[in-house]
Design a protein around this ligand. Structure first.
Ligand code: GSH
Length: 209
C-alpha cells in the first residue's frame, strides 16, 4: 500500500500511526497538498491527503474510510474500535469531534496564511468551533479513568485526538493550554511518548500564500 501525504497533517498521521500499530507495511510518499497537487490528482481529484493506494491500485480517500478498511483487514479482535453498539458509536463520536476539530484548525491556518486580508467572521467562527470542541473533549477525557479513552488498549479515538492536539498546538498555540485543558494535555503526552507515535511526526509546514 502507498500512503500519500505529509505527517504534519493530522489526518495522514492518524492513518500512518494506525498502520504502524497494526504492523501493516506501507510505502510513504510525502507529497505536499499544494506543491505536489499534480502528483496527487491522478489518485484523488480532490488533491487532498491522506490518499491511500491499495495493492490492487484502488485509491481510498477520507482517513475514516482508510481506518475502516484497515480494521476490516485486522478483524474485530484487533480493530482499534468496538465493532458495534454504544461503544462503537461513542468511539466514532470522539473521532468525529477530533477530525472535525482538525478540519476547522486546517481551515483557520489556510485563512491565516493564504488570504491577504483575513475574514473576521470566518476566523471568529473557526476559533469558536475549535474552542467548543476542545472544551467538550476536555470534559470527556477528564471523565475517563482508564489509561486510554476506551479502556486498556489504545484506539482510533486516542490517536485522532493526539494528532489534532499536536496540530492545533503548532498551528494555533493561543487556542490550547495546559491550564484550560489539563486532561487533554496529559492525554497528548501519554500518546506522544509511545515509540511508534514518536517516529511518525513532522513539524508543521503550512502552505505559503
Ligand atoms: N476529511 C478528510 C480531511 C483531509 C484534509 O483536509 N487534508 C488536508 C491536509 S491536512 C488537505 O488535503 N488539504 C488540501 C485541500 O483541502 O485542498 C480526511 O479525513 O481525510
Amino acid at each position: 500500500m502507498i500512503l500519500i501525504g505529509q505527517y504534519d497533517s493530522p489526518f495522514v498521521r492518524r492513518v500512518a500511526i494506525a498502520m504502524r500499530l497494526y504492523g501493516i507495511a506501507f510505502e510513504h510518499r510525502p507529497w505536499s497538498t499544494f506543491g505536489d497537487a499534480d502528483k496527487i490528482a491522478p489518485y484523488n481529484p480532490l488533491r487532498r491527503v491522506p490518499t491511500l493506494v491499495l495493492d490492487g491500485g484502488e485509491a481510498l480517500i477520507e482517513s475514516t474510510a482508510m481506518l475502516d478498511y484497515l480494521d476490516e483487514l485486522m478483524g474485530p479482535e484487533r480493530a482499534m474500535i468496538a465493532d458495534r453498539g454504544p461503544a462503537r458509536r461513542h468511539g466514532l463520536k470522539i473521532c468525529a469531534l477530533g477530525s472535525g476539530l482538525a478540519d476547522k484548525a486546517v481551515s483557520l491556518i489556510y485563512e491565516r496564511v493564504l488570504r491577504k486580508d483575513q475574514l473576521k467572521l470566518w476566523v471568529e467562527r473557526c476559533e469558536a468551533q475549535i474552542g467548543g470542541v476542545l472544551d467538550m473533549l476536555e470534559r470527556e477525557r477528564a471523565a475517563v479513568a482508564t489509561p486510554w479513552w476506551f479502556g486498556e488498549r489504545i484506539g482510533h479515538a486516542d490517536i485522532m485526538v493526539a494528532c489534532v492536539l499536536r496540530f492545533t498546538s503548532e498551528a494555533h498555540p493561543a487556542l490550547l493550554s495546559a491550564a484550560r485543558h489539563p486532561a487533554l494535555t496529559a492525554h497528548a503526552a501519554r500518546c506522544e511518548a509511545l515509540p511508534p507515535i514518536q517516529e511518525i511526526v513532522q513539524p508543521l509546514a503550512p502552505p505559503k500564500g
